[in-house]
Write a protein that binds this ligand. Structure first.
Ligand code: LLP
Length: 429
């Protein structure tokens, strides 16, 4: 297999077809239909442990980033391993609590937290709110005062390093909307240290996503450590240093450092500062632990271009459309050796609805099953109901068994909460 290293571990060809762990993907497609997301529980667990083990020499907390994939079964499994969670909304807090996550291990980032979400987080007793502006600090303080509590905060700083990734997912540059410039953060900490309703817990950052080299992380960390030392000199002691997420994965031929190397590099720099290191990996834990299964509906040729029309579209998996992202596609049957160049497109009424363009794939027939790799992160979590399409089922594989961990949506799910104006129709509901 072309890129057949570690990444593909849970998804391997055996007995003439592609398996997830010990379950043939064909069996899952037959049981639950397509499109469907399929995750490997053991791959998720193994990746989480890689991060956690590599940090064992220093005080640390791995806060899995819920936005990558917020399925309750997945959150529950990570929570059982001791994971904390990075959330960006009240909805994600709700998911974490539903899954039995420990609020004392939750960090809350995001530039646009509402007063209501801030209050929910304070009531739940989370570890820290990663505050992203002076204005937000005021809202957090007011909310804490009203609730009669001290709000645990960190300031999210923007270390102004170039993560060298796709511009849509670079967040640590000076002109990005995220975090506070380091200089403003100093003033913010002084301000917070005078408030009876704010408890300074730490400092945080997140410089971008799908990073494939370590130096941007190291540069950012060095800048933040300087801030930590300066603040300590002023009598402001930070207990937690949150480096955010962002470690990349291999989709095609990228060569990101393994979690262990990333974690060791951070740990070496952080150790002398005697703070608890928090990291917020999302993609690196779940990205390559999941695929989207889809079935070929039609083959067609238009003006010399070969199209493979499949039943999964941009509403199910938007990354190729939104970022021009490359996600590898494998046939579920062991492929024939020859290759033809095709566009793999979905059923949505948009020219941008494609999963792959000019891709060399084995010749395909109607009814063939395909697995789109690297779909565990930002796959289902970015799915929508565009074109009134029901969002796909999600399946968790564990060894020889699999379980539907989210049912495919029904037509009634699509209209839930809507009310037609005519009472006649309402009566028909
Ligand atoms: N922490 C914060 C504050 C974040 O904003 C993010 C991602 C993460 C952690 C997790 O980053 P990760 O380890 O997954 O790289 N939809 C895009 C990715 C957007 C990432 C947004 N923030 C994609 O599909 O590539």
């Amino acid at each position: 297999m072309e890129h057949g290293e570690k990444r593909l571990d849970p998804f391997l060809y055996k007995e003439g077809e592609l398996f997830c762990e010990s379950v043939p993907l064909r069996a899952i497609a037959e049981a639950v239909g397509t499109p469907a997301y399929v995750y490997s529980a053991s791959a998720i667990e193994a990746r989480y442990r890689e991060f956690d083990d590599a940090l064992s020499a220093i005080p640390h907390l791995v806060c899995y980033s819920v936005k990558a994939n917020g399925n309750l079964a997945l959150l529950e499994a990570l929570s059982a391993l001791g994971s904390g969670f990075d959330i960006v909304s009240g909805g994600e807090l709700f998911r974490v609590m539903r899954a039995g996550g420990n609020p004392a291990k939750v960090v809350f980032s995001g530039v646009g937290k509402t007063a209501e979400e801030i209050a929910e987080a304070l009531r739940a007793g989370i570890l820290m709110i990663n505050v992203e502006s002076a204005a937000e600090l005021e809202v957090v303080e007011r909310s804490a005062r009203e609730l009669g509590v001290r709000a645990p905060i960190s300031l999210r700083v923007n270390p102004d390093v170039d993560p060298r990734t796709h511009p849509y997912i670079a967040t640590g540059l000076r002109d990005s909307k995220f975090g506070l410039p380091i200089a403003d953060a100093r003033a913010g900490y002084r301000r917070a240290s005078r408030s009876p309703n704010l408890e300074i817990v730490g400092v945080s950052c997140h410089i971008g996503s799908q990073l494939t080299t370590l130096d941007p992380f190291e540069d950012a960390l060095k800048r933040i450590l300087r801030l930590v030392a300066d603040l300590e000199g002023e009598g402001i002691k930070l207990g937690y240093l949150d480096m955010g997420g962002g470690l990349g994965i291999r989709y095609k031929d990228e060569d990101p450092p393994p979690p262990a190397r990333y974690a060791a590099a951070l740990a070496a720099l952080v150790k002398p500062a005697r703070v608890t290191l928090v990291i917020e990996p999302g993609r690196a834990i779940v990205g390559n632990a999941g695929v989207m299964l889809t079935r070929v509906l039609y083959r067609k040729n238009s003006s010399g271009r070969d199209f493979i029309v499949v039943d999964g579209g941009m509403n199910d998996l938007v990354r190729p459309t939104l970022y021009g992202a490359y996600q590898e596609i494998l046939t579920v049957r062991t492929p024939a050796p020859e290759r033809v160049k095709v566009d793999v497109v979905g059923p949505v009424c948009e020219s941008g609805d494609f999963l792959a363009r000019e891709r060399e794939l084995p010749p395909l027939c109607e009814g063939d099953l395909l697995a789109v790799l690297g779909a565990g992160a930002y796959g289902f979590s970015m799915a929508s109901n565009y074109n009134a399409r029901r969002r796909p089922a999600e399946v968790m594989v564990q060894g020889e068994s699999f379980r539907v961990v989210r049912q495919r949506e029904t037509y009634l799910d699509l209209v839930r909460g809507e009310s037609p104006l005519s009472s006649e129709r309402r009566g028909n509901e």
